[in-house]
Design a protein around this ligand. Structure first.
Ligand SMILES: [Zn+2]
Length: 792
């Protein structure tokens, strides 16, 4: 039994649950074989799904999966040998249960068919009261559309549920027929590819299926299959190792350091300005490609599987590895290899920090606790990082590099060469040229496929990102065959096959090219400014470490949680941008605009994002993300999000604007409530409290209309805004200003309705009721919105 045999068995062990719930009849040839795979309960056999697992493999994968592997997959409730025991152990560990719990309460009932995957977000509690409402997902394939939202609608029709399960099963079988050639020789390379294909087919169709219907069903079947597979492979490697260590597993985190600096350290001169938006997009995506590549490279070098990649996104990855001497020595080799590669190409700008801790079975079951320990280790290692680099610098010390004659204007690092890009000659280094192309091509559906090639054998790709002797990542517009490379990814489902890979890749395009930042500002109403949005989930660390409570922090549950967050920030984000663009056109009453979208996603992944858009629509986008996220997490107040939107002149270097956006986000989070958005240096709650962001925007709209209709003069609006800014002196209100404002309004506003409304809002019997302090914010919005109108 090699690792892939064990891994395949782990990945398929519970697939029978889909057949069982779909109500598929047992094949005649398997009738009477219950005693081999199911648990004998005297009067009946429990765990029928194990028999169905055999049926599934025999029906669909008979030619590529050996008899022993079938037994391995199906005997996890009645194991006969050490390998079968290994799957059983992995199964338990994945579910985070000990034996007793697992074996109770499994008497057959029919309502298990109606059971749905409950939202994991309902289980999160970090201190705010929340009543579970049983939000669940429909039985659908993985998607980045509106269907990702859970519902509370009850499912009672067994036949209907059976049909939905049957539909998913049919899709799984169809994709297997389409993609897995049953007549291939079972070479190690083929096994690897078959495994990877099964992985993504199952990911696509079992993500929204509940794993257990006995316990509270908030773990996705896919996450259970994936983690069982990963644990099983580790146990196999561990059992094969000579020197047995106390703890069987290693939990490793790879962290790319210097990302922000790397992405934004672009010189914005006359000549480069035009391409800055492309290169930033390309660099940000390059980081994605880098960690995707590295995580796969490491598991492959260690003879493990992609299931061992527990998480990959937002500049880091987490791997589950066996604790053997071979793992540790190989890891040290790989670490040096990667660090050397990064150093050679990016000097000290980009670094990889690999940290790991040893964990035992308890560490898998209480996975949240292990993540906390790992993070602590990571902090220590980050500080140690420079020692490695100093060591590498020493090697280079005597090999003095000759001075670069023609330095690249973008990065000021490498030698520039003359290149032709879109019929235009430019001087640029290889790295920056790749980043520009990557940025331009990752847009929308220009590239459909990503292929990971560790043998450097692919020559016909549309674009390649090379990682020296380690391999390359190839991009294709079209792909006819699915049997190339290690694994194929399908970007946002635009391709016909491959692993569904969500990428926040919305950018505004003008004449076929990514618009530059100074083309985005004019899309706003009034003032030509861009909004720089930085946003992320509040208290995410706490949510992962203690949000699920002591009973429920299993590896499969954490895996479900992080994958769900990813679906929202990498996949659904594009939909929100698209929706707002459509609303923009409706508002403009036009079928097209200068740009084909408003928003430039610089990055969106993990739990955070950086997006640039017209200043007014960027606030709307932030509000939309908040609204949708709240629905996605079932209105659970324990999961909130904060944002900073900085309004910038597009002439300002983008890294400075982004830094301000970051600072604003910090201000939003410094409120004790968090759950806020900061604009104009001031943090507002989203919808709680009296003066929230909704009111800022609504009033801003109202005042803008008054300005446009000349019911309110620009002068008066400006004066009230200034008074509003000055009214607070040393923590006390300057009450002398009130009669002056009242006088001004009475004298200068002719429209009765507007005058009354302004007086009511500002001149109140109780000063605490007055909007005098608040009004400057909506007035600033109104003044910005009407700037152009006045000038004409
Ligand atoms: Zn360069």
């Amino acid at each position: 039994m090699d690792n892939y045999d064990v891994a395949i068995a782990g990945l398929l062990h519970d697939i029978g649950k889909v057949l069982e719930r779909a109500g598929v009849p047992v094949n005649p040839g398997l009738k009477g074989q219950e005693s081999l795979f199911c648990k004998d309960k005297g009067s009946y056999y429990s765990h029928q799904h194990a028999l169905y697992t055999v049926q599934f493999i025999e029906d669909n994968l008979k030619m590529v999966i050996d008899e022993d592997v079938i037994n391995l997959a199906a005997k996890h409730h009645v194991p006969d040998n050490e390998f079968e025991n290994l799957i059983k152990e992995a199964d338990w560990l994945s579910a985070g249960m000990d034996r007793r719990e697992y074996e109770t309460g499994s008497r057959k009932k029919t309502n298990y068919i109606n059971e749905r995957l409950y939202s994991i977000f309902e289980s999160i509690n970090i201190g705010k009261p929340y009543q579970r409402q049983n939000y669940h997902y429909n039985l659908i394939p993985l998607t980045n559309s509106e269907e990702i939202f859970p519902t509370t609608e009850e499912k009672t029709d067994v036949e209907e549920s059976r049909k939905e399960y049957m539909n998913l099963l049919n899709h799984i079988e169809e994709d297997i027929r389409k993609e897995i050639d049953q007549n291939t020789l079972l070479t190690p390379e083929n096994k690897e590819r078959i495994y990877n294909k099964l992985y993504y087919i199952l990911e696509k169709y079992t993500t929204f299926i509940p794993s257990s219907t006995i316990h509270y069903p908030d773990i996705s079947l896919f996450d259970h299959l994936k983690t069982t597979s990963a644990i099983a492979v580790c146990l196999n490697e561990f059992n094969n190792s000579k020197k047995k260590k106390k703890k069987k597993f290693i939990l490793m985190e790879g962290d790319i350091s210097g990302i922000q600096k790397f992405i934004f350290q672009v010189t914005e001169g006359e000549e480069t300005k035009k391409h800055v938006s492309k290169i930033l997009r390309g660099r940000s995506f390059y980081i994605n490609v880098l960690i995707d590549f590295m995580s796969k490279y490491i598991v492959r070098r260690l003879g493990l599987t992609i299931s061992n990649i527990l998480y990959c996104g937002g500049g880091k990855f987490q791997l589950l590895l066996p604790n053997t001497d071979r793992t540790i020595s190989t890891l040290e080799e790989i670490k040096l290899e990667i660090q050397k590669y990064l150093y050679k190409n990016y000097k000290t700008k980009l670094g990889l920090v690999l940290s790991y801790i040893e964990i035992d079975e308890k560490g898998i079951m209480n996975y949240s606790d292990s993540i906390v320990k790992l993070q602590e280790e990571n902090v220590i290692d980050k500080n140690r990082k420079f020692i490695d680099i100093i060591n590498m610098e020493k090697d280079n010390f005597f090999v003095k590099s000759s001075r670069i004659k023609n330095i690249c204007k973008y990065c000021h690092e490498n030698e520039a060469k003359i290149r032709t890009y879109r019929n235009e000659k430019m001087e640029i280094c290889d790295e920056c040229f790749t980043h520009i192309q990557l940025g331009e091509m990752i847009v929308k559906d220009r590239l459909k496929y990503i292929v990971y090639d560790f043998d450097n054998s692919i020559k016909d790709a549309d674009l390649c990102v090379k990682f020296g002797s380690m391999g390359q990542v190839c991009f294709y517009r079209q792909l006819k065959y699915s049997n190339i490379g290690f694994i194929i990814e399908n970007i946002n489902g635009t391709g016909d096959f491959g692993r569904l890979k969500f990428v926040g890749n919305t950018v505004p395009v003008k004449k076929g090219s990514i618009a530059s930042f100074n083309e985005i500002g004019p899309m706003a109403e009034g003032e030509d400014k861009i909004g720089v949005l930085k946003m992320d989930i509040d208290n995410l660390g706490t949510i992962f470490s203690s949000g699920l409570g002591d009973e429920n922090k299993s590896i499969s549950r954490i895996s479900t949680l992080s994958r769900m967050i990813d679906i929202f920030f990498c996949g659904y984000i594009n939909k929100m941008c698209q929706d707002l663009y459509r609303e923009y056109l409706e508002e403009k009453d036009s079928s097209e605009a200068d740009l084909d979208n408003l928003f430039y996603i610089n990055f969106s992944g993990g739990d955070d994002l950086a997006i640039i858009g017209p200043w007014d629509w960027t606030i709307k986008l932030a509000m939309r993300i908040k609204e949708k996220l709240t629905r996605f997490v079932c209105n659970n107040p324990n999961i909130t999000v904060s944002a900073g939107v900085y309004f910038a002149d597009s002439k300002m270097p983008i890294r400075i604007s982004l830094h301000e956006g970051e600072r604003y986000l910090g201000k939003a989070k410094s409120r004790n409530t968090k759950d806020s958005i900061c604009i104009f240096e001031k943090a507002f709650r989203w919808n709680a409290e009296r003066n929230n962001i909704e009111k800022v925007m609504e009033d801003g709209e109202l005042y803008a209309n008054w300005l446009k209709e000349k019911k309110l003069s620009r002068n008066l609006a400006f004066n009230i805004m200034v008074a509003s800014k000055n009214i607070k002196r040393k923590d006390a209100l300057n009450l002398n200003l009130i009669p002056i404002i009242a006088y001004s309004i009475t004298r200068n506003v002719a429209d009765d309705e507007v005058r009354m409304e302004m007086m009511n809002r500002l001149i109140t019997a109780d000063i605490r009721e007055s909007e005098i302090e608040f009004i400057k914010y909506p007035l600033m919005i109104a003044l910005m919105k009407t700037r152009k109108v006045e000038e004409v």
